[in-house]
Design a protein around this ligand. Structure first.
Ligand SMILES: NC(=O)C1=CN([C@@H]2O[C@H](COP(=O)(O)OP(=O)(O)OC[C@H]3O[C@@H](n4cnc5c(N)ncnc54)[C@H](O)[C@@H]3O)[C@@H](O)[C@H]2O)C=CC1
Ligand SMILES: O=C1[C@@H](O)[C@H](O)[C@@H](O)[C@H](O)[C@H]1O
Length: 343
């Protein structure tokens, strides 16, 4: 692309997240345009691309990458399709914003890291949008300032109203808790080294056979503990909370984002119903930051290494869920390309 031109983005996957990112690229962020959309479901792709000028609609991801005017890729297909899409983008030298989990299995995530390391330059950013959320950023800056002392524990809550069809017990860890894994690594600046998953009695509102809720406990390289209550069929709202307990104080986020409605002699707090509402501003900032950096030829934000580390920790978590025991996290050697990642 030339200076001043809009960044032409191919969006792979036009489901919940893909359609929302297409709307965002088309109407919210500046400096970009949707150049192509790919989805094996042609009706979804056409509906998401409706009304956008000059967009090419394809059933195949690679055809969208090769469409005229494509300078970059946003991957919003299901996790198992990400590795192939990332490698195809790398083969074309295209910068990528890839929704989490980067690749659900750590072996595939490591292949992506190795492919990018062979290129010798970063092309991928992973969609851990909490790093762009105002409350999370405030928490990070309080922890980084040192005024609360050393962090000892993070207590986290991650609740969804209901899980989508096909959601498995493993996905509570490798899809939902992948956000807490990245947030904890980023907030604490420490790797997560071991995982234990406890399984209380499943909610009667969870689909048959789904282990929901779960209680996940991480140990960190610096001796802190991170606990996460994950409950994806809580039925009442989308709640994401995090409290950092430090040597000289604590800081808590996730109580906001509610509207208080007063009527009929009472007051009622309304809770957002999904992530598209709770994290709307974070997604906007994430995609704007990606577009801005990409237009300047830079790659910022969570890296492929962060994506790999999250997958390796989540994989240990799934093993802990199955075994009921404590599982240690094994990470590969970090390539030089990611030496400055901050964790
Ligand atoms: N950052 C966040 O908070 C969130 C991230 N996600 C992530 O976004 C991704 C997509 O999730 P959803 O939109 O909820 O799923 P979805 O099921 O609503 O949509 C996925 C779409 O991808 C299409 N698809 C399947 N294989 C494909 C391929 N090879 N190439 C292109 N398109 C393909 C499907 O036909 C479908 O339209 C996942 O990685 C998920 O983990 C999802 C929800 C929130
Ligand atoms: O990433 C997300 C979904 O894939 C996941 O299924 C949800 O549990 C999370 O809340 C959402 O942010």
């Amino acid at each position: 692309m030339h200076v001043g031109e809009l960044l032409g983005v191919a969006v792979l996957g036009a489901g919940h997240m893909g359609a929302d990112h297409i709307r965002r690229l088309d109407r919210v962020v500046s400096g970009a345009r949707v150049a192509a959309v790919a989805d094996p479901d042609p009706a979804r792709a056409k509906e998401a691309a409706a009304g956008i000028d000059g967009v090419a609609v394809h059933a195949e991801a690679e055809a969208a990458l090769d469409a005229p005017g494509v300078d970059a890729v946003l991957i919003a297909s299901p996790g198992p399709a990400h590795e192939e899409a990332l490698l195809a983008a790398f083969a074309r030298g295209l910068p990528v914003l890839c929704e989490k989990p980067m690749v659900p299995e750590s072996a595939g995530a490591l292949r992506v890291v190795e492919a990018e390391a062979r290129l010798g330059r970063r092309l991928a950013q992973v969609g851990f949008m909490r790093r762009y959320d105002a409350e999370y950023r405030q928490l990070k800056s309080v922890l980084d300032s040192g005024r609360l002392g050393r962090p000892l524990m993070l207590h986290c809550v991650h609740r969804n109203v209901s899980s989508p069809p096909g959601f498995t017990s493993a996905m509570l860890v490798n899809s939902s808790v992948s956000h807490e894994i990245d947030a904890a690594r980023w907030l604490l600046g420490q790797e997560l080294t071991a995982v234990t998953v406890l399984r209380p009695r499943s909610s009667g509102n969870a689909p048959e056979g789904l282990l929901d809720p779960q209680f996940v406990l991480f140990e960190t390289a610096g001796g802190a503990l991170v606990d996460v209550e994950v409950f994806v069929n809580c039925g009442f709202g989308y709640q994401v909370r995090c409290e950092a307990v430090c040597e000289a104080g604590s800081a808590r986020i996730g109580e906001g984002h509610t509207m208080v409605v007063t009527s009929d002699g009472g007051a009622r707090e309304e809770v957002p119903q999904d992530y598209l509402v709770r994290f709307a501003d974070a997604y906007d900032r994430e995609v704007q930051a990606w577009v801005d950096a990409t237009r300047q030829g830079r790659v910022t934000g969570p890296s492929a290494w962060d994506g790999y580390a999250a997958s390796a920790v989540a994989e240990a978590g799934v093993r802990a869920l199955v075994s009921g025991g404590r599982v240690t996290v094994e990470l590969a050697a970090r390539p030089e390309l990611y030496a400055d990642d901050g964790v």
